[in-house]
Design a protein around this ligand. Structure first.
Ligand code: GSH
Length: 211
């Protein structure tokens, strides 16, 4: 294989990596994954590549497997040899970038893991709705914390970064753009600005065609 293979699904976390592959001009093949919450077959198939059966899963040109969008974000910047999405070692914005990249994937992303299908974690049927509600309330608390750190016009201030790609995508998930518009207006403004980045227009169109 000459390029990358990205296992993904429109609108899901694979968009985080798809946007970066497109940004850097790295050639990739998109391997469509069916809805992992509805298709045991899709889950079983993806598990053979990534035992956690999550997207994004990226197969590297040498056949190596990468999961974890933050790790992929750092790796692709290394491979591209560019700092246009990831501030380079020593750059003033680097600590803030690393802190909030990891915050997004380590604190906010798991709230989807738990709330998308609570039956995986909560055996008592009647407890699932309250568990989901508590998880989503916690996510909102985390988003308010991110809001307090947001710069303008981009999260890091003057410079665009992969964090803005994360915000453009994750604000489309629960609690969705309407909530962000009223509750976290700085994050909403960054997401709206990122929606307009010409280099990413086709990625947004493929992943969020109805918006
Ligand atoms: N930590 C992972 C999270 C990836 C993730 O949770 N992806 C979701 C789709 S947006 C998924 O595949 N969920 C299926 C599942 O949790 O079983 C990352 O940052 O890449």
């Amino acid at each position: 294989m000459s390029g990358y293979k990205l296992y993904g699904r429109a609108g899901w976390g694979s968009a985080l990596v798809e946007a970066q592959l497109v940004w850097y001009g790295l050639p990739f093949e998109f391997e469509q994954v069916d809805d992992l919450f509805k298709s045991p077959e899709a889950r079983a198939k993806l598990e053979t590549v990534n035992p956690l059966a999550q997207v994004p899963t990226l197969v590297l040109p040498d056949g190596g497997i990468m999961s974890e969008s933050a790790a992929i974000t750092l790796l692709l910047a290394d491979i591209a040899g560019r700092d246009s999405l990831v501030p380079a070692a020593g750059a003033r914005e680097r600590p803030k970038f690393l802190r909030w990249l990891v915050f997004l994937v380590a604190n906010i992303y798991p709230t989807f893991t738990y709330a998308d299908d609570p039956s995986r974690f909560v055996s008592v049927n009647a407890a699932r709705d309250p568990f989901r509600a508590a998880t989503e309330a916690y996510a909102q608390r985390l988003w308010r914390q991110v809001e307090r750190e947001a710069g303008s016009p981009w999260f890091l201030g003057e410079r665009f970064s992969a964090l803005d790609i994360y915000l453009a995508i994750m604000t489309r998930w629960r609690p969705r753009r309407g909530w962000f518009e009223t509750e976290t207006p700085r994050l909403f403004a960054i997401a709206r600005r990122a929606d307009q980045v010409p280099a990413l227009a086709q990625v947004w169109q493929r992943n969020f065609p109805t918006s």
